[in-house]
Design a protein around this ligand. Structure first.
Ligand SMILES: Nc1ncnc2c1ncn2[C@@H]1O[C@H](COP(=O)(O)OP(=O)(O)OP(=O)(O)O)[C@@H](O)[C@H]1O
Ligand SMILES: [Mg+2]
Ligand SMILES: [Zn+2]
Length: 325
């Protein structure tokens, strides 16, 4: 199956802790559902807050969220459980591969899967995401990710899978050689099939993640100069993995105060410098400004804001806010 034919579109929301990833992801999911689509929103952050933002109790299974149009399903991914399930289903075959291997015993394979990677939760994250998307039969998958480091690891997972397949394949080589010499023609056995499954999962995930039609990343950040350097690093890391940055959301931009106020004026001026610097640092990425909501609650309670498609427009918003402060 070629992923481009059957795959839904994946939209990841990433950024530092507390900047508004969940808020923006929820707003995007509701907007997509309101346009009639079948949407799945998944939190891959082990510290889930998606249920709170949706005001719905969520679990690792699909929960339907009420919408006026379209349909919206939500999941708080439990990576440990997903990995356990993945291993349990393939336990026999994994053990067989281990037995065929010359340098690992049956127990080691589980240790290998569990321990020798940076974080267990990232390993199956994307595999589980894809499985859920297929169960929900959705057109669009919105991913509310964990803070930066975790997410960057999550996205290297397809390569990790392929490395696993490579290690397993080495372990199988001797057995395959024996089968070939004994039986003449080589029939793939369950182990070969599992290795192929892991390898093609990795390959297809890479294809999806690097296809701008199928996957894009929205980077959420605050209008502060101090975060610009680390944002550059994170976006460079995504670009190095050939993942498309669809948009940068500059969240919590100060609105015009009701009364003239020197403090607000300084704050707005500072934010304006930061937004200009963000625009200059990422000239090819659309920058969208989301105002800071004060008493009214977060943006998801308000009408979904329009997308601003160029870096120049946000400055107008700020200029207006600045005018009579
Ligand atoms: N534009 C905004 N104006 C005012 N408050 C906002 C805005 N965006 C987000 N918030 C508030 O900021 C807090 C953090 O937002 P949110 O949970 O979306 O961030 P996050 O990046 O997902 O955080 P975490 O890294 O902890 O998952 C929430 O209380 C949310 O309501
Ligand atoms: Mg969050
Ligand atoms: Zn003020």
């Amino acid at each position: 199956m070629s992923p481009s034919k059957a795959s839904p579109r994946y939209l990841f929301f990433g950024g530092k802790g507390g900047v508004g990833k969940t808020t923006c992801a929820v707003a995007a999911a509701k907007k997509a559902a309101a346009s009639g689509r079948r949407v799945l929103i998944v939190s891959t952050d082990p510290a889930h807050s998606l249920g709170d933002a949706l005001e719905t109790r969520l679990s690792a299974r699909l929960t339907k969220v009420k919408t006026k149009r379209g349909s919206l399903y939500a999941v708080e991914l439990d990576a440990d459980k997903a990995l356990e399930r993945w291993i349990a289903k393939r336990k026999r075959t994994l053990q067989a591969i281990a037995e065929h291997g010359t340098y690992l015993d049956a127990d080691d394979i589980e240790k290998l899967l569990r321990l020798s990677l940076p974080g267990v939760d990232e390993i199956v994250g994307l595999v589980e995401l894809r499985r859920l998307a297929s169960v929900a039969k959705c057109d669009e998958v919105i991913v509310d990710t964990a803070p930066t480091g975790h997410t960057l690891r999550l996205l290297t997972m397809p390569e990790t899978l392929r490395r696993f397949a490579g290690v397993f394949d080495d372990m199988q080589a001797k057995d395959r050689f024996l089968r070939q010499s004994l039986g003449g023609r080589l029939q793939p056995d369950a182990s070969d099939e599992l290795i192929e499954e892991i390898d093609s999962e990795g390959r297809e995930l890479t294809e999806i993640l690097t296809d701008p039609e199928l996957a894009a990343f929205t980077w959420v950040m605050l209008p502060e100069m101090v975060v610009l350097e680390e944002t550059k690093d994170a976006i460079a890391a995504l670009a190095a993995q050939r993942i498309t940055i669809g948009e940068i959301v500059v969240n919590r931009v100060a609105q015009k105060p009701k009364q003239p106020c020197a403090a607000c004026r300084r704050r707005i001026a500072g934010q304006r410098i930061a937004i200009r610097a963000i625009g200059a640092a990422f000239p090819k990425v659309a920058i969208r400004v989301e105002p800071e909501f004060l008493d009214e609650g977060p943006p998801l309670k308000k009408p979904i804001p329009k997308l601003v498609s160029s870096a120049a427009a946000p400055l107008e918003v700020l200029a207006r806010a600045d005018a009579d402060c």
